[in-house]
Design a protein around this ligand. Sequence first.
Ligand code: KG4
Ligand code: ZN
Length: 363
Amino acid sequence: MTDAPLVLGIETSCDETGVALVRGRTLLADAVASSVDEQARFGGVVPEVASRAHLESFDATLDRALDEAGVSLADVDAVAVTSGPGLVGALLVGVSAAEALSVALDRPLYGVNHLAAHVAVDRLVHGDIPEPAIALLVSGGHTSLLRVNDVTLDVSPLGATLDDAAGEAFDKVARLLGLPFPGGPHIDRVARGGDPASIDFPRGLTTARDDDEHRLDFSFSGLKTAVSRWIRSAQDDGRHVPVADVAAAFQEAVADVLVTKALRACADSGIGTLVVGGGVAANSRLRTMLEDRAAHLDVRIPPPSLCTDNGAMVAALGAALVERGRAPSSPGIGADSSMPVGEIIATPARGGLHRGAAGIVEG
Ligand code: KG4
Ligand code: ZN
């Protein structure tokens, strides 16, 4: 694929500044700068800190990606950027940079959906995704089951979390256990020394009663409360809190629900391909549980470094859009902090406004 289009991908929706270059389905460079150490001091992502960190690290991250790929900006055929969902101020840094590059280079611009990009990144690892596919998307902000008829055109939600996202539950439980932010990787590490069967934590929305209305939905806030109560009662009794056991039992409950519902979505639809993406897809227990319980399916999970936020996912989706001849975004796409999962390419907001949970920002 040496003559396939070269796509520059830019990701700034949360606390990772990602810039990557993809040619066809080949990842040439994936540079990521993270403000997570700065965020860890606050125990969560502070939007203003994230926006400033993107501004400060963007140029160097772009240079690093171009160097690694051995290409120059003039070689780029198309620019793709996360337009939403995410933190509006953080998104705007990437979108502004991408719009400027697209105008300066006179190349098409694709403002893309972060969630579809988490799915599309797998094409860099396992080749084109057989469609239709079911996708389990598990990140810090989202937990959804999706039907992917065409990752560049037609993605529809089958179920989603009613409260906390899976990653958010990991981060909150880590905090209860005194582990640093972001909690997912720390719980994953600590849980290796624990017994997952030591505590039977609840599996949200999995009873027969939930089957009618919430067959493919998730709920993690009850699990988080159960963990919190368990820890408090141990402390009240003067017992030592077995951090590794609590982490392992909590992780087991999350992985069990995610795998159960993903298998259910595949069985219900008769679809045999399951793509798993988003930061929580890096979880080692979720990965082994899928190997054990979903061996009858074509399960596609990218390596952990491509599960957490990065520019490669955006470039991968951009390259698929170019390949399938989709029309680029019009100028003035802006940022859309609550971009719906079914909207894969950004359309300009009416009246040139940026839609966002943090308020409407005039464009
Ligand atoms: O996809 P992502 O990088 O950012 C969002 O789009 O939200 O996901 C970040 C989330 C965080 O909540 C983090 O704790 C979680 O992914 N995470 C993990 C692991 N690595 C990252 N959760 C469980 N196990 C992991 N190994
Ligand atoms: Zn993400």
